[in-house]
Ligand binder design. Structure first.
Ligand SMILES: [Zn+2]
Length: 48
């Protein structure tokens, strides 16, 4: 499970791991992407 912040709901959402996508930015940082289960907004979060 990943905890991510939805800017539209203005609250934290818990997203199952199988609904998140891990991407790498051009600077080599890992970024987690997910869709808010409540409103469908894209959420992103930097990870270590
Ligand atoms: Zn939301």
């Amino acid at each position: 499970m990943a905890e991510m912040f939805c800017v539209k709901c203005k609250e934290k959402k818990t997203v199952p791991d199988d609904q998140t996508t891990l991407e790498k930015t051009a600077k080599g940082r890992n970024m987690l992407r997910a869709i808010c289960p409540t409103c469908g907004t894209k959420m992103t979060k930097f990870t270590k």
